[in-house]
Design a protein around this ligand. Structure first.
Ligand SMILES: *[C@@H]1O[C@H](CO)[C@@H](O)[C@H](O)[C@H]1NC(C)=O
Length: 238
C-alpha cells in the first residue's frame, strides 16, 4: 500500500487525452521509476500477441516490455529484454521463451511475442520476421486470468527491488490482440502491420475493434516523469 501511495505521488503526467498526432514515450528511469500503465480490463486469455517498437539508450539493466500482474505480486505475464542479450517471456511464472537477440542501443526494434494454450505454441517476431518459435506443453489449457494490471516499461511487481530495471529509451506502438483461439489471422495481421505499416491508424495498424490494447486509443497513464513526445511517421525512425 505504501508503495502505491508513493507512486500516486510521483504521477507527473496524465496522458488521458493524448495528442491527436502520432506519439511515442521516452523513459529515462532517472529520479523515479517510469512506466506506462493502461486503464483497461482484459478478459481471461487463452492466447495473445503483442507488438512494440522499442529503442534503448542504455541497456545496462533489463527492459520490461509487457508486465501483466495482479495485486502487484502475482505475475501473470512478464516479457523483457535481458541485457545478457535475450528476449524473455514468462506466462504464469513458467519460462516460455528465452531467445538470443542482437539488441543494439540507439536503434529501434519491432518485437512481437505470441503465445497460445492449445499446444503451448510460442512465436517471436523481430522486425516483421519470425525469429524463433517453439512449444511448451506444460501450459496447455492454462488460462491467464482477467483483470490484471498492464504495464509497459517496468515490471509492476518488483518495486521493492528499487530503480534497477526499466526501459531507458523510447517506446512506440504497443498493441495487444487475442484471437480467443479462433481467429488466427489476427496475430499475423498485427505482427505484419506493426512492422510494415507502423504509423497507420496512429500506431494501431489494424481494425481497432480487434485490439484489446491499442496504442492509438486505449487510455494510458504515464508515470514517474516519462515524457510523451510527437513521433515521426517513419518505421524505425520515430
Ligand atoms: C548506462 O547506465 C549505467 C548504469 O546507470 C552507467 O554506469 C553507464 O555510464 C551508462 N552508460 C552510458 C553510455 O550512458
Amino acid at each position: 500500500m505504501a508503495r502505491l501511495v508513493t507512486l500516486t505521488a510521483v504521477l507527473l503526467v496524465v496522458a488521458a487525452e493524448k495528442k491527436s498526432g502520432l506519439y511515442k514515450v521516452a523513459l529515462t528511469q532517472i529520479g523515479y521509476i517510469q512506466f506506462l500503465k493502461y486503464d483497461v480490463q482484459l478478459p481471461d486469455l487463452q492466447d495473445f500477441t503483442f507488438c512494440i517498437w522499442v529503442k534503448s539508450n542504455n541497456f545496462t539493466y533489463p527492459h520490461p516490455l509487457f508486465s501483466y500482474s495482479r495485486h502487484e505480486t502475482q505475475r501473470l505475464v512478464r516479457s523483457w529484454l535481458d541485457p545478457k542479450g535475450f528476449v524473455m517471456l514468462e506466462v504464469l511464472e513458467n519460462n516460455v521463451m528465452s531467445v538470443p537477440i542482437d539488441f543494439v542501443p540507439g536503434f529501434w526494434y519491432n518485437i512481437c511475442q505470441t503465445w497460445n494454450n492449445i499446444v503451448g505454441q510460442w512465436l517471436l517476431h523481430i522486425n516483421g520476421r519470425l525469429a524463433a518459435a517453439g512449444h511448451n506443453w506444460k501450459l496447455r489449457g492454462a488460462i491467464i486470468p482477467r483483470g490484471g494490471d498492464v504495464v509497459v516499461g517496468q515490471e509492476y511487481t518488483d518495486f521493492d527491488k528499487g530503480l534497477d530495471d526499466g526501459i531507458e529509451g523510447e517506446v512506440f506502438g504497443f498493441n495487444l490482440v487475442s484471437s480467443f483461439n479462433k481467429l488466427h489471422w489476427l496475430n499475423e495481421e498485427l505482427v505484419q502491420n506493426s512492422f510494415y505499416q507502423c504509423a497507420a491508424r496512429r500506431g494501431s495498424p489494424m481494425n481497432n475493434k480487434h485490439l484489446l490494447i491499442a496504442w492509438a486509443s486505449t487510455p494510458v497513464r504515464v508515470f514517474g516523469g516519462a515524457v510523451i513526445k510527437s513521433a515521426n511517421p517513419t518505421c524505425g525512425d520515430f
